[in-house]
Design a protein around this ligand. Structure first.
Ligand code: SF4
Length: 203
């Protein structure tokens, strides 16, 4: 089937990571290869990525332009965007003058031509380190709940290393925050990253 299954397209601010606070067009792909839950990962996935519409590259470009004719950054997210984002779509969007950021769980390896087209990669592993398929990223981010330690990353090529306290039911409890602050203090070189969009109450 041609086209891409897209969950939503919207314009907002990046809420987390080192690019937090910057405006971006969000392109959320439907579908994920994982099902993170309290039992398996220490937190429940709170993203609705199941529903979606089938859109062509041209239709995606049109909706992005309607959301903001000025913004140049697109954040490809999901679900797991690398299940669908391919070189054809990336090339099409780059030709329109966009910069491409991707938020991935690290379990899908982008083909080499696609990897070279990505301007910013955020990898937030939700699989065991041996199952991480990416070779590099710009920021590596671990979501941690109270009591969860910091793994030794398989990825060695990354610019920024972040620890993100898990929210539960849309809230960040003090115990989890304090746990993550201690993790950062025990591991110099890492930094705290909050899901600030949840505090700002924006998407
Ligand atoms: S990898 Fe991300 S989007 Fe997929 S289930 Fe886990 S938290 Fe949700």
């Amino acid at each position: 089937m041609s086209g891409y299954q897209i969950n939503e397209i919207f314009y907002s601010l990046q809420g987390e990571g080192v690019r937090a606070g910057t405006p971006a067009l969000f392109l959320r792909f439907s579908g994920c290869n994982l099902q993170c839950s309290q039992e398996t990962h220490g937190f429940d996935c709170d993203t609705e990525f199941v529903s979606g519409r089938r859109l062509s590259a041209e239709e995606i470009g049109e909706e992005l332009r309607e959301c903001s004719p000025a913004c140049r950054w697109i954040i490809c997210t999901g679900g797991e965007p690398l299940l669908q984002l391919d070189t054809d779509l990336a090339l099409f969007l780059k030709e329109q003058g966009y910069l491409l950021a991707v938020e991935t769980n690290g379990s899908v390896e982008p083909a080499p031509p696609l990897l070279e087209l990505l301007d910013w990669i955020t990898c937030s592993p939700k699989v065991a380190e041996h199952a991480v398929r990416l070779s590099r990223c710009d920021e590596l981010k671990y979501v941690r709940s109270y009591g969860q330690g910091l793994p030794k990353p398989k990825l060695t090529r990354m610019e920024h290393k972040l620890i993100s306290p898990a929210f539960a039911g849309g809230h960040l409890d003090r115990r989890t925050l304090e746990w993550c602050i201690e993790l950062v203090k025990e591991n110099p070189g890492w930094r705290l990253s909050l899901q600030q969009h949840k505090i700002w109450n924006i998407r």
